[in-house]
Design a protein around this ligand. Structure first.
Ligand SMILES: *Cc1c(COP(=O)(O)O)cnc(C)c1O
Length: 558
């Protein structure tokens, strides 16, 4: 049913966003996984993806007029997209034998090569009610549920691969620590080898994504011991617990030969955070063909045939006539503005400068920064022919502070709406993201340094000729050329200042007022030049084709 004999790498990720209608991702991590696998297929690389099924998905977001987020279940039918395999494997959780099956999702790259993703599922009648639920929700319930999920992904994943005939893969790639328990199953397999740990390390690639210690998944030792039981030998217990905790990042670090962060700066931060490990960096990308809007695609097709298979050729966008770039953008902008006006009963105009801000509503991203001084913002809008702002983003169901950010944005929105048209789009997902990253005029990003490991939405915008206006963090440190690909906000990341927040705010308003808005409204020619450079310089580099090739050279065949 599936062809596995030439498979080279298994790519494990707690979330994979492969299809806008399969709600098994919550944000950047899952979208990156989807883009990675799409590019691997385009490049004809035999890589298989593994994740969990989440039959009740990540939630559907509603926001009421006071700015409260409501979470609704998403019911989706895996039968519409994938087929179940008949193989069953067992994972022992807390002494119980939990049965796991897999669904295969098949997809093709640009040359029609077919690749697969396995979605693991415990919803089998032989399992207890609790165990049937393990693969139902992405980020549901408590730590114990989470650890059970990570056992299914890591241990169940390796067993399932073995069961379908993949027992001789070159590498097991962990996209973040959630799947790091796969190393325990590999250790068991190399039980008799002289240097069992080195054997496992030779097989493992670990990509870390989290530049703050609190962001790493960890479980109390007693919980890990009672859940994992016979997967833990006495020798292993000495190896894997740190401060009486099972820390998934340390597990990944400990057992991987290749370790990398997701941007140059993030590599540096990770080396400081985990001294003693050799940590490299491979900067993230996005899938060019997937994230370029239809109107811009048409233009690229006309001037750069074959660009989807070879996104490096986007550098030639510099030779596309400016008015054609502008016309393609205008079409995407109309599309977004129509969607916003229709769904939110507004009358936004396609002639007004439109700012986009959309990503998970996590506090470190400072989504409400633009509204720090609403009087100043309204004065700036008045000085020109106006500003429009479109927001979107879900807060994690248990992230109370993230929900407060949404609430603050909505409150401020209401107090500026007589001067500035603002909208908070509900239920940010791949489909909404595609409209946003191609339809606004500028892409705003305001993370607290150095917490944005990479960030990818600005790369999506760049592919559509949307310059980025962002704090220098993550990928933007590498992609930013002032006035050429966009604009920075605040100090360089290496300068540490006390009032950095206040300085960021002032720089944000000053650049809007004195550089960005004048250029957009009065120097259109120069503006379009920045658009072209965003595509030519950043689209041609910050794509997953380049990224996957670096993984092949530096991690899979080092
Ligand atoms: C790209 C994407 C993200 C990641 O956005 P960042 O700005 O990199 O945090 C999150 N959610 C969705 C739906 C996306 O498409």
């Amino acid at each position: 049913m599936i062809e596995v004999k030439d498979l080279l790498v298994a790519y494990f990720s707690m979330e994979i966003g492969i299809n806008a209608n399969i709600p098994t991702y919550s944000g950047g991590l899952g979208v990156l996984a989807g883009d990675t696998l799409r590019s691997a297929a385009d490049l004809e690389l035999p890589i298989i993806g593994l994740t969990l099924l989440y039959k009740k998905g990540y939630f559907k977001q509603k926001i009421d007029e006071h700015g409260h987020q409501k979470e609704e279940e998403v019911i989706w039918d895996p039968n519409k997209f994938m087929t179940p395999l008949s193989d069953i494997v067992h994972v022992n959780i807390e002494g119980r034998d939990v049965k796991v099956k897999a669904w295969v999702y098949k997809f093709q790259g640009v040359t029609k090569r077919e690749n697969y993703i396995l979605f693991l599922d415990t919803d089998l009648p032989e399992n207890s009610e609790y165990d049937r639920n393990i693969t139902q929700y992405l980020y549901g319930s408590d730590d114990k549920y989470r650890l059970a999920q990570e056992m299914i992904l890591g241990i169940g994943g390796v067993k399932m691969l073995e069961c379908i005939g993949c027992d001789n893969l070159r590498k097991y790639h962990m996209n973040e620590g959630h799947s790091a328990l796969l190393t325990l199953e590999l250790l068991r397999r190399f039980n008799k080898a002289d240097d069992q740990i080195q054997e496992v390390r030779n097989k493992c690639v670990f990509t870390t994504h989290t530049p703050v210690p609190a962001g790493h998944d960890q479980f109390p030792r007693h919980m890990a011991e009672s859940m994992l039981q016979h997967y833990l030998t006495d020798k292993l217990k000495e190896e894997i617990f740190l401060d009486n905790k099972l820390n998934m990042t340390y597990l990944g670090l400990r057992f991987s030969e290749h370790i990398n962060g997701v941007a140059k700066k993030h590599g540096e931060v990770s080396r400081t955070m985990f001294p003693g490990y050799h940590i490299e960096s491979i900067t993230n990308g996005i899938h060019s063909g997937f994230w370029t809007a239809p109107d811009m695609k048409e233009l690229f097709d006309k001037y750069l045939p074959g660009w989807e298979a070879d996104p490096f050729s986007l550098r030639y966008v510099l030779s596309i006539p400016k008015e054609e770039v502008w016309n393609a953008h205008t079409k995407s902008k109309k599309n977004l503005i129509n969607y916003v006006n229709k769904t939110h009963n507004l009358d936004m105009s396609e002639d007004v400068f439109t700012i986009g801000f959309a990503r998970r509503a996590a506090t470190y991203k400072r989504g409400d920064m633009l509204f720090t001084d609403i009087n100043k913002l309204m004065r700036i809008a008045d000085k020109f022919k106006g500003i429009q702002i479109i927001y979107a983003g879900k807060a994690h169901p248990k992230d109370w502070e993230g929900k407060q950010v949404i609430k603050r944005i909505i409150e401020k929105m209401n107090s500026v709406k007589h001067k500035i048209k603002v909208c908070y789009l509900e239920n940010y997902n791949i489909e909404v993201a595609k409209k946003l990253v191609s339809g606004v005029d500028i892409w705003l990003n305001t993370p607290m340094r150095p917490q944005e490991a990479s960030g990818t939405s600005g790369m999506k915008a760049a592919h559509n000729g949307i310059p980025q206006f962002s704090v220098l963090d993550g990928w933007w440190i590498e992609g930013h050329i002032e006035n050429i690909t966009g604009w920075s906000i605040g100090a360089h990341p290496d300068t540490s200042k006390e009032n950095i927040h206040q300085e960021d705010v002032e720089d944000l308003y000053d650049k809007l007022e004195y550089i960005i808005l004048p250029r957009f409204y009065n120097q259109r020619d120069q503006w379009i030049d920045t658009m072209r450079h965003s595509i030519a310089i950043n689209g041609s580099f910050f794509n997953t084709h380049r990224m996957v090739q670096q993984y092949v050279l530096n991690a899979y065949f080092e």
